[in-house]
Write a protein that binds this ligand. Structure first.
Ligand SMILES: Nc1ncnc2c1ncn2[C@@H]1O[C@H](COP(=O)(O)OP(=O)(O)O)[C@@H](O)[C@H]1O
Ligand SMILES: [Mg+2]
Length: 375
């Protein structure tokens, strides 16, 4: 990590002491820092380069800070200021996050459950939708730029790094700032949409939907849908297509595959992505693993009474099950008419199925997910 221009203990803008480097990507190095006036712990992003940063690099870092400030969303890293280093370079002052990028979770091909995927990606989808609404396209969504925050018992998600974001004239109010500097690589190859890769393509905000589709696929499958180390190879892989592994629930697989539609017009919009993904915040568990409720006890009693048992077992089952069923039926009527609600009576989201439901869907039932803080 070339951090020579900045060293531990350096003072930036007479105020921020650099404590230690936290990480860096292709464009910057992020330091943990302390505001010596308030003792606040912060994160400072400086330009990564050997020698002097170019005017384009300086401008890009300032634009990055502006983009994050324009978006201002609870799930976007909070940028507080842009200050100058002693050498006159821009330095971005941000909130200091405690946690890890999503890339850390995916290391070694780890697979994420649909519920966990929803918990991680829903805040990202909300943040990116807010960015689009304000004329900002991120263009570099990838696991390294999605940060999972652990703050005591709190779990949260932040989108980082608007380093190659496209800001509309509406967002920035300055036409010259909209253009990307010549020769600037926009995006990261495995997450780039076909319209970003093909000459003459006209990329727009829907490249972010594509990248979110790649991330979702990677989380569910433990590998990326398309991989190549050059654009032509990646386009060829994209044309061959990718389908989600069989263990992914079909409605989720369909969503991810639609997000990866070659034609941007066929990709779902982010509100639709949010809605369809949020259906996976609930978890299927086998009925036998749930605490007894009147409805489930009756099902169990009926199964016990009709199941193949030894005569003695059948008698015993009937002795227990029939009085229990009568009692519970009365109880259940009272329960439902009183409008009480628990895991078994909570209305569940409507689900779309094609063909016969799978066995897991017959025996399982939906229970409310635990709050978003649980991951
Ligand atoms: N505010 C922050 N608090 C803590 N760590 C951060 C913060 N911002 C970035 N990082 C860490 O630094 C890494 C690089 O930051 P990023 O802004 O993505 O730089 P680059 O533009 O070079 O990719 C991130 O992946 C993350 O691990
Ligand atoms: Mg980055």
């Amino acid at each position: 990590m070339p951090i020579d221009r900045f060293r531990r203990g350096d003072l930036v803008a007479d105020r921020f002491r650099l404590d230690h480097p936290l990480g860096g990507g292709g464009m910057g190095v992020v330091w943990a820092a302390t505001d010596i006036a308030s003792h606040a712990r912060l994160a400072l992003k400086v330009i990564r380069c050997d020698g002097e940063p170019s005017p384009a690099q300086r401008k890009r870092l300032v634009l990055e800070a502006r983009a994050a400030m324009i978006v201002q969303h609870p799930n976007v890293v909070r940028v507080l200021d842009v200050v100058e280093s002693p050498a006159g370079e821009p330095v971005v002052v941000m909130e200091l996050l405690h946690g890890k990028p999503l890339s850390g979770l995916l290391e070694g091909g780890a697979v994420v459950s649909p519920r966990k995927l929803a918990q991680i990606l829903l805040p990202v989808v909300a943040a990116v939708a807010a960015a689009h609404a304000r004329g900002v396209v991120h263009r570099d969504l990838k696991p390294e730029n999605i940060f999972r925050v652990y703050d005591g018992a709190r779990r949260d998600v932040r989108v980082l790094d608007f380093g190659v974001a496209k800001l509309s004239e509406r967002a920035i109010g300055d036409e010259t700032a909209v253009r990307t500097a010549a020769g600037f690589a926009v995006g990261t190859l495995p997450y780039m949409a076909p319209e970003q890769l093909l000459p003459g393509g006209r990329p727009d905000h829907r490249v972010d939907v594509w990248a979110l589709g790649v991330i979702a696929y990677e989380c569910l499958a433990g590998r990326r849908p398309f991989d190549a180390d050059h654009a032509a190879g990646l386009i060829a892989a994209i044309r061959r297509g990718a389908s989600c592994p069989r263990q992914v629930p079909p409605e989720l697989a369909r969503l991810v595959e639609q997000m990866l539609a070659f034609d941007p017009a066929r990709r779902p919009g982010l509100p639709e992505v949010y809605q369809r993904l949020s259906e996976h915040l609930v978890q299927r568990v086998p009925a036998t693993r749930l605490a007894p409720t009147p409805a489930r006890a009756m099902v169990a009693a009926a199964a016990a009474a009709t199941g193949r048992k030894t005569p003695r077992g059948l008698r015993l089952a009937a002795m227990i099950a029939i009085p229990a069923a009568v009692f519970l039926a009365g109880f259940a009527v009272g329960w439902y008419s009183a409008g009480a609600s628990d895991a078994a009576t909570t209305p569940v989201p409507e689900r779309r199925h094609e063909g016969r439901p799978r066995r897991a869907e017959v025996v399982g039932e939906l229970v409310p997910a635990r709050p978003l803080t649980d991951w």
